[in-house]
Write a protein that binds this ligand. Structure first.
Ligand code: BF8
Ligand code: SF4
Length: 649
């Protein structure tokens, strides 16, 4: 493969090198399979294909000709809205099933039934328990944790009332959700009802379907995902700023390279512990290695970066490349965003692909099932399996040199401390800097990679550079965070190099990058919490929809991204997607999602395929919110005097 061809697939040198190598090794990658899928089905792409019953599949003609209705009479808008609703349900289910697993393990840990996990952040335990209305007093930590675990677990199966965590949203937002009838009752209930409504012959009014999609998505963002993040922080520690490295170059030739890929820290936390065990290190030496290098792919990478500073090997489209390096002894996977091609790619090298979760087996992979009740023991078995594979490397190894420094670990709590100063943690300085115009607004840029938006990472990086250039501070999660970290946007020096003068000044004073890594995809709830905290701090309106803020997922691909996008919209955020959008063939439902829904929930969707143009749509939205808040005159550069600087220290 020529350098030019590799450059069309990825913007970073490490990926380009391994894409070319994989091609030389006759290994098929996602980009090759994407090409073989062309032309992709236009009906499916536009949301105009329904296969919900056996009278179909039915397609609707997007050009106005026949057919315009499915066999059951369903219109284009009903079909597209159903499709959108089911994507939301699947995304919410993925996040929330993860959250349920964490809640179960949390409860078992609190009860003392499992020994390998512990309550690490007692302060957060008390805070979250109080959010549930649990009495603290002089009660035992264990009692509080058990009650919290029970109440958290009940959020999933709750049938009536409201999920308690929605109370963390601003009051005005809660009232709006109640008024609109979209306050989620229980995480599972809304998902099940979404599946029911989209069965043949049930909900046939697109607005009513989207309304329930909102309820389902809120149950994800402010429910299932939020429970996952908060309980994980209590169990494994709330992230604090941490320095690390990113990209495929983090693997080391003389070491056993273990990559954890997927989503649940219940597994990866134990792998981190097992890989640091002196007995494991001695075993690695016995097998001829100098040590063990652990790194991550996808959201698992973000989880162990945030809490331990473990380096990140790559994002979603780099999972096959990590194996193509020929030095990955084991790729340990659990759930979500794992490609079925991994064992096929591994055939060309020596990598052992180890699935670990009973919900996610892969044909051709080895399976070592992980159970939380003897977690560390299984994690050690998995690490051993990797070490034993070290002597089996084939001759075709190559580690790209490229890697980049980054600072991660920005929980909404640390943003509070950093911007507020150690002695008076608060969001006041952030709010003040938004009000005085040094920071124009907040951008949340999140989501996946997708061969449709090749070259890899280019949409994320172009969008985020444009935002920070215009003084918009960017909060990131998921693969988008990994993409921008690789491009060098998550080091403090990036502020001077890429940010506008106002944002650069704030970043320089506080010592933070202009782009903040807030974690994995379930951690988008951290962005919601940060937004709620900014509202609560005052001076920027009384709801999330008043904030000069916007969201985006420029390389999105998963159903989880739709659920995330929709809970941002339903929380009052203007949200832009690129690449494709699942309802584009249906006029009325698209018009509703892109316009009409704003009147109902305060946020709306947009689609724009050019990431720079999309960034400017976000900036225009931010400016319109500044204007509504009377802050439009503050956007000129404000020079800081000593008093201002002291206020930031
Ligand atoms: O949940 S950003 S490709 S890894 S779906 Fe998947 Fe998308 Fe990456 Fe994490 Ni999120
Ligand atoms: Fe066709 Fe209606 Fe069946 Fe969908 S539900 S496949 S539109 S008949």
């Amino acid at each position: 493969m020529s350098t030019k061809e590799a450059e069309c697939r990825a913007i970073d040198k490490a990926s380009q090198e391994l894409i070319a190598k994989a091609c030389d090794d006759c290994v098929e990658l996602s980009w090759d399979r994407y090409e073989k899928q062309q032309p992709q089905c236009g009906f499916g792409l536009l949301g105009l294909c329904c296969r919900h019953c056996s009278m179909g599949p039915c397609n609707i003609n997007p050009f106005g000709g026949e057919p315009q209705f499915g066999v059951c009479g369903a219109s284009a808008d009903t079909i597209a809205a159903r499709h959108f609703g089911r994507m939301t349900a699947a995304g919410a289910a993925a996040h929330s099933d993860h959250g349920r697993g964490v809640a179960e393990t949390f409860l078992a840990t609190a009860k003392g039934e499992i020994k390998d996990y512990a309550i690490k952040d007692e302060r957060k335990l008390y805070k979250f328990a109080m959010d549930f209305g649990i009495e603290i007093g002089d009660r035992d930590v264990k009692d509080i944790a058990v009650e919290l675990g029970e109440k958290a677990l009940a959020c999933f199966g709750n049938q009536e009332g409201e999920i308690p965590t929605v109370k963390l949203a601003p009051l005005k937002r809660q009232e709006l959700w109640r008024k609109q009838g979209i306050m989620p009752r229980g995480v599972d209930r809304e998902i099940v009802e979404m599946m029911h409504r989209t069965h043949i012959g049930v909900d046939m009014e697109y607005k009513n379907i989207i309304k329930h999609a909102s309820r389902t998505a809120i149950g994800d963002g402010w429910g299932g995902s939020m429970l996952a993040t908060e309980l994980q922080d209590i169990l494994f520690g709330t992230p604090e700023p941490v320095a690390s490295r990113v990209n495929l170059g983090v693997m080391e030739e003389e070491n056993v390279n273990i990559i954890v890929h997927g989503h649940e820290p219940l597994l990866s936390e134990m792998i981190v512990a097992a890989a640091q065990d002196p007995k494991m290190l001695a075993y690695a030496e016995e097998k001829g290695a100098k040590g063990i290098t652990l790194s991550g792919i996808c959201c698992t990478a973000n989880e162990i970066l945030m809490r331990h500073g473990i380096p990140i090997a790559g994002d979603f489209l780099q999972q096959e490349l990590a194996i193509a390096s020929g030095v990955c002894e084991a790729m340990i996977v659990d759930i979500q965003c794992i490609m079925q091609s991994l064992p096929i790619v591994a055939e060309c090298y020596h990598t052992r692909v180890l699935s670990t979760n009973e919900r996610g087996k892969i044909e051709g992979a080895e399976h070592i099932e992980f159970h939380e009740d003897h977690a560390l023991e299984i994690a050690k078995d998995i690490v051993k399996a990797a070490i034993e594979n070290f002597p089996n490397r084939k001759g075709n190894a190559c580690i790209p040199k490229d890697q980049m420094d980054l600072i991660g670990g920005f929980s909404h709590e640390t943003i509070n401390y950093l911007l507020g100063g150690t002695f008076r943690a608060s969001y006041r300085p952030l709010n003040d800097n938004i009000i005085n115009g040094r920071i124009r607004g907040i951008g949340g840029v999140v989501g996946c990679n997708n061969p449709r938006t090749s070259p890899l990472d280019s949409y994320h990086v172009r969008m985020v550079k444009e935002l920070i250039k215009h003084d918009v501070i960017v909060l990131q999660t998921g693969c988008s965070a990994i993409a921008c970290a690789k491009a060098g946007l998550m080091v403090p020096e990036a502020a001077l190099k890429y940010a506008g003068p106002g944002l650069a000044e704030v970043c320089e004073t506080v010592g933070i990058p202009p782009v903040l890594h807030m974690g994995s995809c379930v951690d988008n709830s951290r962005i919601l919490m940060a937004a709620a905290a900014v509202v609560k701090e005052g001076g920027l309106g009384d709801d999330i929809s008043d904030l000069p803020a916007a969201g985006a997922a420029p390389e999105w691909m998963s159903e989880k991204a739709i659920s995330i996008g929709h809970y941002f919209v339903a929380s009052g955020v203007y949200t832009v997607f690129s690449g494709s959008f699942p309802t584009l063939g249906a006029k009325k439902v698209t018009d509703y999602l892109f316009n009409g829904i704003e009147k109902d929930v305060g946020g709306k969707w947009a689609f724009e395929n050019d990431p720079v143009e999309a960034a400017h749509m976000m900036i225009a939205h931010i400016d319109s919110k500044r204007k509504e808040l009377g802050l439009d005159k503050g956007t000129e550069r404000v020079l800081m005097d000593m008093a201002d600087r002291r206020a930031l220290d």
